[in-house]
Design a protein around this ligand. Sequence first.
Ligand code: ZN
Length: 322
Amino acid sequence: MASLLFFEPVFKTMIWGGNRMRAAFGYDIPADNTGECWAISAHKNGDCTVAAGEYKGAKLSELWDKHRELFGDLSGDRFPLLLKVIDAKDDLSIQVHPDDDYAKVHENGSLGKTECWYILDCEPDSALVVGHNAKTREELCKLIDEHKFKELIREVPVKKGDFVQIDPGTVHAIKGGVMILETQQNSDITYRVYDYDRLQNGKPRDLHIEQSKAVIKVPGAGTAGDVMSTESVCASGTVTSTPLTAGLHNLVSCKYYTVNKLNVKGSFTLEPSGVFYMASCIEGTGSADGTPIKPGDHFIIPAGYGRLSFSGDMTLIISNPE
Ligand code: ZN
């Protein structure tokens, strides 16, 4: 029987990055501006290495190519998902991602990018950019050309435990002070609309105005209603006034992934159903079939693993590909 797969993460320093991952998760981050931890990734820009066990030293992309049975013999030329922790000390650029159809034609066969954010931590009165206010494409292009980004973008307040799905074509930005767990399609295609006129090594980072104008959906999706408070979500994903109980709670199911929040209080048995899962401990401590688990631990539950017994008092985010 295959074992749980733990990985060595890949860290990325960014002009907007911070150092909270060190204290929050005990990560050995490379600098005080570490923006991203690619926790489970087979992408060429950050291919994670198996940390222990039978496959120790192998890259996730190699396991995908040579041991497809670990992933339920899922078809596809690349591992489908990418799991990141993002620590934003400053605002990220205002950006948008293409869908699969646009990326395939314009980005050398790359996948588009659908992503979702679970707010791990944030400062009081934090916000995210989700969506825009333009009513027509003409208005959208005019506001971009005239640099009227304050008028264009829509900001939504967020707090710890909130969850947001970001579909392709949605203008978005993570704002300073927010730390998130991101589950996304395995893609690194980002079109930057505005970067606050910042400089990196003395130069502005590239903008992608034409691509952005082409892929941004009008009218923009995204209102405060799109931010889900996971402290009050029931199993079907509908917001209710009932607080989260122990057990598995669905946050989103889309074409690419399903993401659940698991509250372990004492014990919980996960009965996997064929495909593999990615799991992240975000709070509390416990164990997974005897392996100690703490915040910041991420692992794959491979296909064929069978039932998994969690115990302890902890919260995990668990996702699986569709
Ligand atoms: Zn994004």
